[in-house]
Design a protein around this ligand. Structure first.
Ligand SMILES: Nc1ncnc2c1ncn2[C@@H]1O[C@H](COP(=O)(O)OP(=O)(O)OP(=O)(O)O)[C@@H](O)[C@H]1O
Length: 349
């Protein structure tokens, strides 16, 4: 990024960070996780899985159960309140001062930290530049669009040069198109600044696009930690497989070094026995009757422009989603054959 603005990237370590709320509800099972300096880590999961609680523990808005520790670099910050952790936060709800100008909002954190006026002015200007907000400096917040407000919120969080940037569903309140463009902007910003960032979302597309690594959570537990590719191609279990992208369940059997699918018996070197067999739509191919493994009828066809997404019902077993390449004329009621590459079939517990 062509800007003098630079942040030190600290690693964050969570050690046995669980959370039990008054009344005994366990929102978070004890969690151990190291977030590398400069890494963007995304907590992803359905509502109520504990992602916001984890973020709030990192921020210092919530303390972990006794025994849990939060470290920023070598410093144990477990007992420090949020104002002494030097974190920047961005929320879905913006949390800006509506009757102050953009520049005043961005300057606020510097004022609280008693930064001298001249220095303040320079840093605000630098930050507004970075967020392409220069022309809005004198506008009041209630005169801005949602996307512009969220850029102000980012500027306000970053101007104090936080050790870590925490983002809680920052794009959820915006419409789809704005969400996409601001997501790209956040991506550029995080890469450019090299800041350690923790991002909470329930949107898998956002998680895949922004995360260096994704922590998939379910019911207060970590289901899997991995890069977007690891999570997509090697899901740890059926929950992760279903939560990220589209996944097919193959009604087949793995036994004695073979995989039986439809009328075909294929060589198989994966786990056998009580496993679920899964395959991504892009790893199924349409074929002819002679070289197909599994016959079925097209139950639905959705034209997506570059491809047509088909739902194919085999004679027995679950329906399968498969993509036909552009300009395919396949439609409801057509009889098709599918080929399965056994090397692409996943077996999960
Ligand atoms: N202050 C609180 N007191 C009691 N229970 C709470 C409190 N805050 C959260 N919880 C509970 O802890 C669990 C995890 O909540 P959390 O907000 O971390 O989930 P989340 O994954 O961020 O969900 P969402 O996407 O809906 O915000 C939920 O069951 C929630 O009801």
């Amino acid at each position: 990024m062509q800007n003098s603005f630079h942040l030190d990237a600290v690693p964050i370590r969570l050690e046995r960070c669980g959370k039990t709320f008054a009344g005994g509800a366990r929102a978070l099972e004890p969690l151990d996780l190291t977030i590398r300096g400069g890494e963007t880590i995304v907590f992803l999961g359905p509502s109520g899985c504990g992602k916001t609680t984890t973020l709030r523990i990192i921020a210092g808005l919530e303390s972990p159960d006794p025994d849990g520790r939060v470290l920023f670099g070598e410093e144990d910050v477990t007992a420090l309140p949020i104002e002494r952790r030097n974190v920047g936060m961005v929320f879905q709800s913006y949390a800006l001062f509506p009757n102050m100008t953009v520049a005043e909002n961005v300057a606020y954190g510097l004022k609280v930290r008693k930064i001298a006026r001249a220095d303040r002015g320079r840093r605000v200007e630098e930050m507004l530049d970075l967020m392409h907000l220069g022309e809005f400096a004198g506008r009041r917040i209630d005169q801005l669009s949602g996307g512009q407000r969220q850029r102000v919120a980012l500027a306000r969080a970053l101007v104090v040069r936080p050790r870590v940037l925490l983002l809680d569903e920052p794009l959820t309140a915006l419409d789809a198109k704005l969400r996409d463009s601001l997501r790209l902007e956040i991506d550029r910003l995080l890469r450019g600044l090299g800041i350690t960032a923790v991002y909470v979302t329930h949107d898998q597309g956002e998680a895949m696009a922004l995360g260096d690594r994704i922590v998939v959570m379910a019911k207060g537990r970590v289901a899997q930690v991995g890069t977007p590719r690891e999570i997509y191609y090697q899901p740890a279990d059926g929950f992760v497989a279903d939560f990220i992208g589209t996944m097919n369940r193959l009604g087949g059997l793995s036994r004695g070094g073979t995989l039986s699918i439809g009328s075909a018996t294929l060589p198989w070197s994966g786990p056998e026995g009580a496993v679920e067999l899964l395959v991504r739509p892009e790893d199924l191919a349409l074929a002819g009757e002679a070289d197909g493994h599994l016959g079925g009828t097209v139950a639905a066809a959705v034209f997506l422009g570059d491809r047509t997404r088909l739902v194919v019902e085999p004679a027995d077993g679950p329906a399968l989603t498969v993509d036909a390449a552009g300009r395919s004329e396949l439609g409801r009621g057509d009889r098709v054959w599918l080929r399965v590459d056994p090397a692409r079939v996943l077996a999960v517990p």
